[in-house]
Design a protein around this ligand. Sequence first.
Ligand SMILES: Nc1ncnc2c1ncn2[C@@H]1O[C@H](COP(=O)(O)OP(=O)(O)O)[C@@H](O)[C@H]1O
Ligand SMILES: [Mg+2]
Length: 264
Amino acid sequence: MISISVLSLKGGVGKTSVALGLAGAAAKRGLAALVIDLDPQGNATSILQARHGRSHAAAVLAHPTIEVLQGAITKTAWTFKEGRVDVVGSDPELIRYDAWTGKRGFAPKLARAMRRLEGYDVVIIDCPPSLGALTREALAASDLAVVVTTPSYFGAQGAERAIDEIKEIRATVNPGLRFAGIIVNRLREKTEEHRYRKRELIAIHGPGAILKPAVPERVALQQAESTGEPISAVKSAGARDVAKVFDKQMARLIRMARDADASE
Ligand SMILES: Nc1ncnc2c1ncn2[C@@H]1O[C@H](COP(=O)(O)OP(=O)(O)O)[C@@H](O)[C@H]1O
Ligand SMILES: [Mg+2]
């Protein structure tokens, strides 16, 4: 089982779109994917049209046991011939767990609950738009961390802060955590400003730190989200472009996790 956090300092950069794109790509590859929605806004939970379960992510943080975690997993409306996507849904209660508790006393709860989780190939954790306690919970429970950014003036700066947070968690509670790379989202290839910002990110973080290919700006993604469908279910050229990108990124993340396992 590979566990991947999708994070950023800011909202609106595409964390949820990327998290769900990766989950859909995993399911298309015949894998069983679990999305854990740690954003109190619950966008991923809505887009997946999660069946109303008895429980949700906040309950897992309140009582971090495998039984509570299993009780919080629900089916989604996303169906695939090949694999599946289930979800641990968000809840407004989650906001209570984002309060700053200080780094010293941080005892990860989600990671504890996930230790005995079985039946999934990939777990994808969608983080809230901050680097607070919920994002730390996600990082503590992950093998890989993906930082999402847009090709903008504040993009590089935000990515840097997120990478620092990943290093901090790796140095303290989760030595197994690896920074997988930055996903550049909403790229308009023909816009000079966007090409410039992409080059800037590469110059700061190095070519190896950018997960290729970048996700292009496509309205198909917004259409898929408003109808609550995976991008692979939308029949348009734009949808196919985006689906192909997520598939390549998912394949790369799987390889990365296997390589890390082999070198241990
Ligand atoms: N590559 C893209 N092309 C077009 N629209 C996008 C793209 N990525 C994200 N969006 C849109 O931008 C908005 C914010 O994305 P979202 O994934 O919810 O961001 P976050 O989770 O970081 O807050 C959504 O309406 C989403 O549909
Ligand atoms: Mg989101």
